[in-house]
Design a protein around this ligand. Structure first.
Ligand SMILES: CC(C)(COP(=O)(O)OP(=O)(O)OC[C@H]1O[C@@H](n2cnc3c(N)ncnc32)[C@H](O)[C@@H]1OP(=O)(O)O)[C@@H](O)C(=O)NCCC(=O)NCCS
Length: 392
């Protein structure tokens, strides 16, 4: 079966002159109009709805950023209260998901758990298959509200601990730390985590957001789009890089070892994780904020070794390869100082990016056309069928 009618794709494909092949990786392709976020890669700048990322990192709470990305403006106090109330009310998992988590905690890796449980969450969403804009908004907010419990319950169960239900008095980031550790977090730690959520919340048409928008463009549901996005984020060239950066730092062990480690890795033509970017040709503005934060959180916890190692890596990778750090390098440093296990770092990225993914999915639904690029056929043509007994 072909999806093009006679005389359409088949005609195009036979005339190579008519085919424009995009650069591998689609770097020069603009896939959609969007009002969510914007990047100037050469200047190292990022904006959410026109607000500079450093400004938001300093001033906004994650909940305000959620509102901003979804409504295209900052909330008033009443609007923020209403959003907070909805998020708090929807934090707890259904019995179905809690039960599923016991199995996933025994068997699945954290990102596989998240992919599976977000997909499973569709089964008990109160809006069911309602795909009205209002229902899509509520589904988006429920996904944002529940992701911390998915990760925290999984972590508690796999380490043999009782799950800790959400605390309605705590904001999003503080409540996540509370559910992980079973005690109210230090205010500065919760603030630092909240800042990382803001920094990770959106980033234009990255691979996972594009995945989500492609799925949404078929008018498939919000849960399917986000499940696909999680699958894309998991890879080490995308969100998986923060875990890989942390593993590298653990292998390096001491700042003095960074130079030899990088030299060895580059000689073997291996990438140094947490460096380089498809869009930025200079320092990622999120990395600038996180570098300082990693140092501060490390100092507060009496262990600046990780900040030292990551900074030594930055110096040596620039010297040897002229590459800048991206968001994932120093995020790993902050998370390690907050006591986050290495393999929960990418799920935490997903927890924060849930804000941007869902905003993009809603933007796609609001002005949709199915995303369906072409391909340039380079295989053989005019083949003659050979019966199986005559093939050799
Ligand atoms: C993010 C990333 C995929 C962007 O890739 P890209 O723009 O497509 O660049 P390429 O992978 O094609 O690399 C271009 C060149 O830079 C080099 N390069 C890019 N990132 C590198 C890294 N982290 N370490 C070493 N070399 C790197 C490549 O080896 C290649 O060199 P070459 O031309 O000599 O072969 C890439 O920089 C990378 O793999 N980084 C590590 C993973 C990571 O941190 N991902 C998180 C991104 S936020």
């Amino acid at each position: 079966m072909h999806d093009a009618g006679p005389g359409r794709a088949s005609e195009r494909a036979t005339d190579p002159e008519d085919v424009t092949v995009s650069e591998k990786g689609l770097r020069e392709v603009v896939a959609a109009d969007s009002s969510v976020s914007d990047i100037d890669g050469d200047a190292g700048r990022l904006w959410y709805v026109g607000y500079e990322i450093a400004d938001l990192a300093t001033n906004a709470t994650f909940e305000e950023v959620v509102y901003l990305l979804h409504h295209g403006r900052l909330p008033t106090e009443d609007e923020l209260d209403e959003l907070n109330e909805f998020l708090v009310e929807n934090r707890e998992l259904s019995p179905f998901l809690t039960q599923l988590m016991s199995t996933l905690a025994q068997q699945a890796s954290p990102m596989s758990m998240l992919r599976t449980s977000v997909s499973a969450a569709s089964a008990y969403d109160p809006d069911g298959w309602d795909d009205s804009p209002e229902a899509q908004y509520r589904k988006a907010m429920r996904l944002i509200a529940k992701t911390p419990a998915l990760i925290a319950y999984y972590e508690r169960l796999r380490t043999g601990l009782e799950i800790v239900p959400p605390n309605p008095k705590l904001p999003h980031a503080a409540n996540f730390l509370y559910m992980l550790a079973g005690e109210e977090p230090d205010h500065d730690d919760a603030d630092a985590l909240d800042t990382t959520f803001t920094l990770y919340a959106d980033h234009t048409m990255n691979a996972s957001t594009f995945t989500a928008r492609i799925i949404a463009s078929t008018l498939s549901d919000m849960f399917s789009a986000i499940t696909g996005a999680i699958g894309a984020l998991k890879g080490p060239l995308h969100g998986g890089a923060n875990e890989e950066a942390m593993k590298m730092a653990e292998e390096i062990g001491e700042p003095a070892n960074a130079e030899a480690y990088v030299r060895d890795r580059l000689e073997r033509h291996e990438k140094v994780m947490g460096f380089g970017h498809a869009v930025y040709t200079t320092m990622d503005p999120r990395a600038t904020v996180l570098k300082q934060l990693a140092r501060e959180v490390g100092a507060r916890h009496g262990d600046e070794r990780w900040a030292d190692i990551f900074e030594a890596l930055q110096a040596t990778v620039y010297e040897q390869k002229e590459l800048w750090p991206n968001v994932d390098l120093y995020a790993a440093g902050v998370y390690r100082s907050l006591g986050v296990p290495t393999d929960l770092m990418t799920p935490i990225f997903a927890l924060a990016r849930m804000a941007g993914w869902t905003a993009h999915v809603r933007e796609q639904y609001a002005d949709n056309k199915v995303i369906r690029p072409g391909s340039n056929y380079v295989g053989p043509r005019d083949q003659v069928w050979v019966p199986i007994e005559e093939r050799g």
